[in-house]
Write a protein that binds this ligand. Structure first.
Ligand SMILES: Nc1ncnc2c1ncn2[C@@H]1O[C@H](COP(=O)(O)OP(=O)(O)OP(=O)(O)O)[C@@H](O)[C@H]1O
Length: 362
């Protein structure tokens, strides 16, 4: 699946733009603050119904305007077309249409146009607390599995209720009801996270080796208390502790992904370039899994390509993503000459858009 044509109105610093894209490599170049990332974010919106960067939709409406509108025309691998329109109005909220028909629920759209993004904001996956990594896992798995997202939402709802109850009550029967519900959704989430992480593991190692020239070895492992015992048993064991603490102390809301380099924690011992390489390897691994499961190659968004990577690793990355396994690529970089030099060495088949003040130079 690739994006053939993109149209934007009032999206961040972009007033109005419409242009075609190639099925191969598309590059947005321009100075800092020009609006390159905003084009990438628009593509992300059309797939995930939300920004990859801004917390709220309102932040994506151009200052002084009332709404934004994004439209993408896609071509599937079998030649069929898809027309996706995402709009948001400060007063009217968000709507999403596929081929003219509005979705009842935005979540029904997630996964139709698979997308994987690599951006400087990924560093939060290494530096921040475990909830950032759980959010990442949730985002990946929900592109592949509709039931997963609703299981997570139900789990979180029961968890909040149980935590509220623990502050006011201690009835064993009541807690057992919550436990049964938590265990039902939590166990299913655990199994899916475990299976996904097991698929990621070898691919992350493989891609990291390719990017780094096999200089270091990296590992990714999924850590969950549910690996020790079934969830119902964990909840039973934690009951007295939960009553004392007045919140739920065991469960998949404490899961984490453990990232290591040469056996040591990546956050403490990895250099910035090594951490970035790990994150790129992780995203490429995700790309492979999503592509295999969907039967459509995702769109790969590489925001700020040279962020923390040396020339050798960037060149390796471009070589990798120019291969058969990958489909449409969208790259942003502030240095046109540097980018063109590398792309030239890889065959020179790409389209370049020069961005200034939210506009593409014609
Ligand atoms: N809602 C908005 N309305 C108007 N302008 C906005 C809005 N949100 C962000 N911007 C502007 O968009 C610009 C940032 O664009 P973007 O992040 O795409 O830059 P970039 O070209 O990727 O830059 P860099 O090379 O620094 O990463 C900034 O000038 C910012 O002020």
């Amino acid at each position: 699946m690739y994006l053939k044509r993109l149209s934007l109105i009032n999206f961040k610093n972009i007033g109005q733009e419409e242009f075609p894209l190639t099925p191969g490599i598309n590059c947005f170049v321009g100075d800092n603050g020009a609006g390159k990332t905003n084009f990438i974010d628009a593509i992300h919106y059309l797939s995930m119904c939300k920004s990859a960067f801004s917390m709220t939709d309102t932040q994506s409406v151009r200052h002084g305007e009332e709404f934004f509108l994004l439209e993408g025309s896609y071509e599937r691998s079998d030649g069929r077309g898809e027309q996706i329109v995402c709009s948001f109005a400060r007063r009217g909220g968000k709507t999403l249409k596929r081929n003219g028909k509005e979705y009842d629920r935005l979540s029904d759209h997630v996964g139709l146009v698979p997308v994987v993004i690599v951006s400087p904001a990924d560093t939060a996956l290494v530096s921040d607390a475990a909830d950032e990594r759980r959010r990442y896992l949730n985002g990946c798995i929900s592109q592949l599995d509709r039931g997963y997202l609703s299981a997570v939402m139900r789990y979180n709802a029961v968890l909040s209720e149980r935590n509220r109850y623990l502050k006011v009550g201690s009835d064993e029967d009541m807690l057992s009801i919550y436990d049964r519900q938590l265990a039902e959704h939590g166990q299913a989430i655990y199994e899916k996270r475990k299976a996904f992480a097991e698929r990621l593991q070898p691919l992350v190692g493989e891609y990291y080796a390719l990017l780094s020239g096999r200089r270091e070895q990296v590992e990714l492992t999924y850590r969950s208390e549910l690996a020790e015992a079934p969830f119902t048993e964990l909840l039973q064991r934690a009951r007295q502790r939960d009553l004392a603490n007045q919140f739920t102390t065991a469960g998949i809301h404490r899961d984490d992904l453990v990232l290591r380099i040469d056996g040591y924690p990546l956050r403490k011992y990895g250099s910035q370039g090594q951490q970035k390489s790990f994150l790129v390897a992780l995203k490429l691994a995700q790309y492979r899994i999503v592509g295999a499961d969907k039967g459509e190659k995702p769109i790969l968004l590489l925001d700020d390509l040279f962020d923390k990577l040396d020339m050798g690793r960037v060149e390796q990355l471009i070589k990798l993503v120019s291969g058969e396994e990958f489909g449409q690529i969208v790259i942003t970089d502030c240095n046109k000459v540097r980018l063109e030099t590398i792309l030239g060495r890889q065959g020179g088949n790409y389209r370049l858009y020069v961005v200034a003040n939210g506009e593409i130079a014609k």
